[in-house]
Design a protein around this ligand. Structure first.
Ligand code: SAM
Length: 326
């Protein structure tokens, strides 16, 4: 009861309730919360400390950025879900906060899109800055053995490199990406490689334009550190996987290279295994393999998860459902 009372006391204040309403829609940094609420940084930091101490929010520091997200354990998680139902729809301040949050997300997405627009031509070189790409590719081939009957969806395909790599060993392969410029490079690469079973189209990974249970394999290769809701991305990938289908996620292990934020527009500086495990649980996937490939200075993490056979079609959270949750 003490824990519940402390949590209730913490949210019983207008700005703190606004912060909770915002964090229910995804993790945010202090400066984003300052921009949205229009309050000073010391004030927001004090409110955030109170909410974190009361178990409603979790704080994680990554270099010079600190992210706040809804707590996953303890009284905070169920309390926040109840509050999300009770928050009044038409409230003027909450509506303005939501609009500003949308603005913040738009600006963020625009910065990333501009980066990819400007770097589409040289992305294949930039990718190899992480770890020897040949080593990563060998692990991927081992985890996803050749199967001419298996269909693949490469989410955030960029220049289509994974399609080129796996296309010759698989059945129909589809790549999606938000960036027209990246897709133009991908189309040229796939033409050159005569990858007739591979095609690409523009789509947002948060709302994939495919029916549930469409693909045998989905891959998300070096994409998640750009997006602001990894759990939603994984749930949406899980939705389009057939039962028994595999999801391959390749990204960076936690690191301290702040320059990747400034120069390459990364939002997150890698992901710990525990966080990745949380995405798969949320999406009703079973984590099968974790591989770390140590590089200098970055380590690449590879996670392979599977959609259980007995899972009924549509029981994984859909993009729209997950969006409603956030
Ligand atoms: C770092 S690149 C990786 C490309 C490719 N997977 C690879 O490893 O070479 C990240 C890609 O994700 C795409 N992307 C970012 N946000 C996206 C979204 N919401 N929906 C679809 N693609 C997105 C970008 O346009 C970019 O092409």
């Amino acid at each position: 009861v003490d824990e519940l009372l402390a949590a209730l006391r913490a949210v019983a204040e207008p700005t703190r309730l606004r912060i909770i309403a915002l964090c229910l829609k995804g993790e945010l940094t202090v400066s984003e919360l300052v921009r949205i609420t229009g309050q000073s940084q010391p004030r927001i930091s004090r409110h955030l400390k109170l909410l974190t101490d009361a178990g409603l929010l979790e704080r994680s520091r990554e270099g010079t950025w600190v992210f706040y997200r809804m707590a996953q354990d303890g009284i905070g998680a169920p309390l926040a879900q109840h509050l999300s139902i009770l928050l009044p729809d038409g409230d003027e301040i909450l509506t303005r906060d939501r609009d500003r949050l949308a603005e913040v997300k738009r600006d963020r997405a625009e910065a990333a899109a501009t980066y990819f627009r400007n770097n589409a031509a040289e992305w294949d070189h930039l990718r190899s800055l992480h770890v020897d790409q040949a080593v990563v590719e060998q692990v991927i081939r081992n985890l996803l053995p050749a199967d001419k009957n298996a269909s693949l969806l490469d989410i955030g395909t960029g220049t289509g490199h994974l399609l080129e790599l796996l296309g010759p060993e698989l059945g129909p392969c589809q790549g999606v990406d938000l960036s027209h410029e990246m897709l133009s490079v991908a189309r040229a690469n796939l033409d050159r490689a005569a990858a007739v079973n591979c095609r690409v189209r523009q789509a947002d990974l948060r709302q994939l334009p495919f029916a549930a249970s469409t693909f045998d394999i989905a891959a998300i290769h070096q994409v998640l550190h750009y997006v602001d809701d990894q759990a939603l991305a994984i749930s949406e990938a899980a939705r389009v996987l057939k039962p028994g289908g595999k999801l391959l996620v390749v990204d960076l292990a936690p690191h301290k290279h702040e320059a990747l934020r400034d120069e390459h527009k990364h939002r997150r500086l890698g992901f710990p295994d525990e966080e990745a495990a949380g995405w798969f649980i949320h999406a009703h996937l079973e984590l099968k393999e974790t591989v770390h490939l140590a590089g200098d200075p970055l380590t690449v993490s590879i996670w392979l998860a599977e959609k259980p056979e007995q899972l009924e079609t549509g029981s994984a959270t859909t993009g729209a459902q997950a969006a409603a949750l956030h």
